[in-house]
Design a protein around this ligand. Structure first.
Ligand code: FPP
Length: 222
């Protein structure tokens, strides 16, 4: 969800105003994705590297996140969306962790779209954790080295209960992956949208989905 800072700068506003507008895009995109039948939507809301931003920006983002998690429960339930999260969640401020727990519980019964927030998320860290888990299983004699395969590794990622993404959308024209779901996006289609995230609404989202629909997915075949 790139481009909040630039959106604010273009208007002479503080960066946090861009993040605030970004929350409106989150609402619009979540609602639209649920309506058109997307099964899983993962939003890269805060990376492991984002902790290095100025303290004031980090705390403002944490407050926005807490508020979103609190305010959105009714809307998520109305739209049958289940909220989940991946990442180093114990790094988050306690208030955010508690609200996350509440929102997860309050939406746990929904069986429509799963909205996954990636929070304090880093893909290399996730893969490293999975490798450690597998090494531990070998050391404890529970599996042999030859049992380590792609399925076993996938089963130890934070995303073990979700399918791999079909489509990765990056906004603001940036052509980087930035440590996001590196293992899981092996065969995802990439769409780079020029819009800054606060300007990325229903129409832009549907535009990315139709571009995906025009792609010919061969998964390495012909
Ligand atoms: C990247 O844009 C955006 C973020 C690091 C934060 C994204 C957060 C939100 C959209 C709001 C909170 C999230 C939820 C799910 C309620 P940037 O700040 O790097 O923008 P720039 O590249 O223009 O500087």
């Amino acid at each position: 969800m790139d481009g909040n800072g630039r959106w604010a700068k273009e208007r002479g506003l503080p960066r946090i105003e861009g993040h605030r507008q970004g929350v409106e895009s989150v609402r619009d995109v979540v609602r639209t994705a649920g309506k058109i039948g997307v099964g899983y939507l993962t939003l890269y809301a805060f990376s492991a590297e984002n902790w290095s931003r100025p303290r004031l920006e980090v705390s403002a983002l944490m407050r926005l996140l807490e508020k979103y998690l609190h305010d959105e429960i009714d809307e998520l339930n109305e739209n049958n969306v289940r909220l989940e999260a991946i990442g180093c969640l114990k790094d988050l401020p306690e208030r955010v962790q508690k609200q996350l727990q509440k929102t997860r519980q309050a939406t746990a019964q929904n069986d429509g779209m799963v909205l996954v927030l990636a929070l304090s998320y880093g893909s290399r860290r996730e893969i490293t954790d999975a490798v450690r888990d597998c090494a531990r299983l070998v050391k404890e004699g529970k599996i042999a080295v030859s049992d380590i395969n792609e399925t076993l590794i996938s089963n130890h990622l934070y995303t073990h209960s979700y399918p791999d993404p079909d489509l990765l959308i990056r906004t603001s024209g940036e052509m980087r992956i930035s440590n996001f779901l590196l293992w899981q996006i092996s065969y995802a289609e990439l769409v780079v949208a020029p819009a800054l995230w606060p300007d990325f609404r229903k129409d832009q989202f549907l535009g990315a989905i139709s571009e995906y629909g025009r792609r010919d997915r061969r998964f390495g075949g012909i």
